[in-house]
Design a protein around this ligand. Structure first.
Ligand code: XIL
Length: 299
């Protein structure tokens, strides 16, 4: 195959990309994105601050621009993200307790209702665990509403759109030996045992010198899949974009039958949220980097 998406489709998977809506008018960007990928995640446009800037007043103009471009170009869409401590609008940052809990529920219903039946996977909850060795939940206004906020979010999401796969998504959970990984594993195991509706776990996979790729990532993916959930690489970028590491990540996904696909977090290095790390598959002029060829050959 000659594109990443077509190559991934040979094994029933996707190869996706994070799209920034305001870059779609750049023809180099749009040409690569349309040609190479068969799944799209909105980099920022479906987040809480973008979709509900005032309480109860939803605005889907930026989100729909990305969604419509994706569908018109034949791609499936990952929804990102409904409940998160970051990129909350000011009104939500200032809420707490039962008012915040209700606002979270209303937000999930509002956004999932708008896209009902149209989203392959939703990142229902993002980044709820703390970094470091504690294995604790991250302190946030949502966490302070009660430890059950995550399962309430998932139950709300299942009712709002039964057709979407519901994912928990986080970073620094790729290395099986890390406490954060083990804490996330315990939560997913508990959810499956108690019937809390969860279908998938997203591994962001922002690899760099502080949180490097480790070959035990495949073990992590296998162990989560064995709990009865799908897994996905949701925001891949790798400092310096070493071709061999990109190939390793792709091979890790391909080795796990429940790995749905891989999404890279941007098109060209200059589009990356970490542009200084040159972590992506395309040079700034739109040409293919060695890592691109390594990924295509691995798929
Ligand atoms: C990042 C975007 O890439 C940036 O444009 C934005 O300024 C901040 O958020 N984890 C996530 C993503 O789940 O939503 C983040 O995206 C990167 C880290």
């Amino acid at each position: 195959e000659s594109t990443l998406g077509a190559a991934a489709a040979q094994s029933g998977r996707y190869f996706g990309v994070a799209i920034a809506g305001n870059r779609l008018s750049d023809s180099t960007y749009a040409t690569i994105a349309a040609r190479e990928f068969n799944s799209v995640t909105a980099e920022n446009e479906m987040k809480i601050d973008a979709t509900e800037p005032q309480r109860g007043q939803f605005n889907f103009s930026a989100a729909d621009r990305v969604y419509n471009w994706a569908v018109q170009n034949g791609k499936e869409v990952r929804g990102h993200t409904l409940a998160w401590h970051s990129q909350q609008p000011g009104w939500m940052q200032s809420l707490s307790g039962s008012a915040l809990r209700q606002a979270m529920i209303d937000h999930i219903n509002g956004v999932m209702g708008h896209y009902k039946g149209k989203i392959a996977q939703w990142d229902v909850v993002n980044e709820a665990f703390a970094d470091g060795s504690s294995g604790a939940r991250r302190d946030s206004n949502l966490q302070r509403t009660g430890n059950d906020w995550i399962e309430v979010a998932f139950r709300t999401a299942r009712a709002a759109d039964p057709s979407a796969k519901l994912c928990y998504n986080d970073y620094n959970v790729e290395d099986w030996t890390w406490a954060k990984t083990q804490a996330m594993y315990a939560m997913v195991k508990d959810f499956k045992q108690r019937g809390v509706p969860i279908d998938c776990v997203g591994f962001q996979s922002h690899f760099n010198s502080g949180s490097p790729y480790n070959s035990n990532f495949r073990t992590t993916l296998q162990n989560f899949a064995a709990l009865g959930v799908d897994v996905a690489v949701t925001e891949l970028d790798i400092q310096g974009a070493p071709a061999s590491t990109y190939a390793n990540v792709v091979n890790d996904c391909l080795a796990v039958s429940r790995c749905l696909g891989v999404t890279v977090w941007g098109v060209r290095d200059s589009d990356s949220w970490r542009a200084e790390q040159t972590p992506l598959l395309f040079y700034n002029d739109g040409s293919k980097k060695p890592a691109y060829t390594a990924v295509l050959n691995a798929l």
